[in-house]
Design a protein around this ligand. Structure first.
Ligand SMILES: Nc1ncnc2c1ncn2[C@@H]1O[C@H](COP(=O)(O)OP(=O)(O)OP(=O)(O)O)[C@@H](O)[C@H]1O
Ligand SMILES: [Mg+2]
Length: 246
């Protein structure tokens, strides 16, 4: 049986995995700092809205939504317009955590509580009937919970709730520079249906960006390490070129 797919909206990516993510499932996007996790996740939401008419929720746990709008504008993604059209909901799950006020429409007021965050997602869902969701990043949540087994359960609660709500979701995850692990706390990749690792590594005197699908349940996916670029339209993955020796 063919499972229904949710196209990523990232040029070059869907061809690597039978047409995209499996609908309603959660995927980990991990990488060290600056590898493009936020851009990947945001592009999934923006192009989901623009190209597939699918509303999306972006939960920002480490950057205030205003910064995200500004960075998005460098790719000519007009988040405010999409927010006005109820195609995107940006959730500020950052300000309260650092003790700052927020005048955002959607604010997570109880930073240590997954339940309150999920309640908020449920009420946003009533408003915009989203099909996609992003949590950027789960690592901030992991540090707040500060207990790996509890964090694993909270992540499972999140991904299962997203699934029940009909949301295909991307959860970003930091990797410590130099670590061979594909997640920060060693549990995130077990909770999700798939894991994609982004890298930005030295090759001679330049750095090359690569993407690897490490896991994708139910999917015949590429085993290669693919180069990608961050262009003025966002991420473009080069499906045909694989990098040897990476
Ligand atoms: N408009 C742009 N055009 C081209 N490249 C860009 C643009 N904006 C950002 N970048 C590149 O993307 C990088 C940041 O990407 P992103 O914010 O998605 O990384 P990240 O993995 O989320 O990092 P962090 O873990 O620190 O949050 C920048 O360091 C820069 O190299
Ligand atoms: Mg980021």
């Amino acid at each position: 049986m063919k499972l229904e797919r949710c196209p990523s909206g990232i040029p070059g990516f869907d061809g690597l995995c039978e047409g995209g993510f499996i609908r309603d499932k959660s995927y980990l996007i991990s990488g060290t700092s600056g590898t493009g996790k936020t851009i990947f996740a945001l592009q999934f939401i923006v192009n989901g809205a623009l190209e597939y008419n699918e509303p999306g929720i972006f939960i920002a746990t480490e950057e205030r939504p205003q910064n995200i709008r500004e960075y998005a504008s460098t790719f000519d993604w007009d988040l405010e317009k999409l927010e006005d059209e109820n195609m995107i909901a940006l959730v500020d799950a950052t300000s309260t955590k650092i003790g700052l006020p927020s005048d955002e429409k959607y604010v997570d007021i109880r930073p240590f509580d997954t339940r309150s965050l999920l309640d908020q997602v449920i009420s946003i869902q009533d408003e915009i009937n989203a099909k996609r969701c992003v949590v950027d990043s789960t690592t901030a949540i992991g540090f707040m919970i500060n207990d790996v087994s509890k964090f694993r359960i909270e992540l499972l609660k999140m991904s299962t709730t997203f699934e029940i709500l009909g949301l295909t979701s991307l959860l970003t995850c930091e990797i410590v520079e130099g670590s061979p692990a594909i997640s920060r706390f060693g549990v995130e990749n077990f909770v999700t249906e798939g894991a994609i690792v982004l890298r930005f590594e030295r090759s001679g005197n330049v750095r090359i960006r690569t993407l690897e699908i490490v896991k994708m349940r139910g999917t015949k996916h590429s085993y290669k390490i693919h180069p990608f670029d961050i262009t003025d339209k966002g991420i473009v993955v080069y499906a045909e070129e694989a990098i040897p020796g990476f």
